[in-house]
Design a binder for this molecule. Structure first.
Ligand SMILES: [Fe+2]
Length: 251
């Protein structure tokens, strides 16, 4: 029988004739799926308002990706990236994140840094390289006037363009403390107006064909929202939830 060391109650290492069974102390598989869930849960605790917005954007972006005939794998990628697109807001101070009213230039710069911070966080895991790239560019504009890199047109990853559009639609159709939500029709007209400047024209033309589904909020159905994971940590009973939920999310 092979000999091995065991630790006694007092911390001494003594020889033992027991052969230690190999017990893994670390998860054997750190799948993309479970890591996304973990990161999304972190955002939900830090900022439930942004988390709920991201949850809707994930459904909406995936719907658009499907309508654009992206592969099932790409659609899932879009879904995950949409959930994570504002994860960098973890790095934005409460005073800026929760400010009601106009941001100063300095605060605006801090807020805009969220896309780079998000990409930096995600890039720590080599499996998240693509997701990091998509998140980095979700505020680029078709005409190159976006951030952080000011890239334009097809140079912006398609997934980022899809998420940027879904993000804008949800932002316009959601209630904010400083303004009521706009109607779906109003938001669609606004998006149409900015096709070719802010938004990818191809994404817009397909998005407009989804009008009926958007009206029915089909992208928010429980089937779609929970089709890939169960990350939505519902903790609205936490004391801070109500306070943060009443604060604006800026885009
Ligand atoms: Fe964002």
């Amino acid at each position: 029988m092979p000999l091995g060391f065991i630790q006694t109650f007092w911390g001494e290492l003594v020889l033992s004739s027991f052969s230690a069974k190999p017990v893994s102390l670390l998860p054997s598989v750190l799948g993309l799926h479970s890591v996304v869930d973990m990161v999304v849960a972190t955002l939900d605790i830090r900022d439930p308002y942004t988390s709920e917005h991201s949850h809707r954007v994930a459904g909406l972006a995936e719907l658009l990706a499907e309508a654009m005939a992206l592969s099932p794998e790409q659609c899932r990628l879009v879904h995950y990236a949409a959930h994570l697109h504002d994860i960098g807001k973890i790095g934005v101070s409460d005073s800026t994140l929760n400010k009601i009213g106009k941001l100063t230039a300095e605060e605006m710069a801090e807020m805009q840094a969220h896309s780079e911070i998000g990409a930096m966080i995600l890039s720590k895991n080599p499996e998240f390289t693509l997701l990091a790239e998509i998140v980095r560019h979700h505020h680029e504009r078709w005409d190159g006037k976006g951030y952080p890199d000011g890239i334009s047109g097809d140079a912006i990853p398609l997934e980022s363009r899809i998420i940027g559009l879904a993000d804008a639609f949800d932002a316009m159709t959601s209630d904010r403390p400083y303004r009521a939500h706009k109607t779906h029709e109003w938001a669609l007209e606004e998006i149409k107006k900015h096709a070719g400047s802010q938004f990818c024209p191809e994404c817009v033309s397909i998005f407009l064909t989804l009008r009926a589904k958007l009206k029915l909020n089909q992208y928010q159905s429980s089937k779609r929202a929970f089709s890939h994971h169960q990350a939505n940590v519902r903790h609205h009973t936490l004391m801070h939830s109500q306070r943060i939920r009443s604060m604006p999310t800026r885009h």
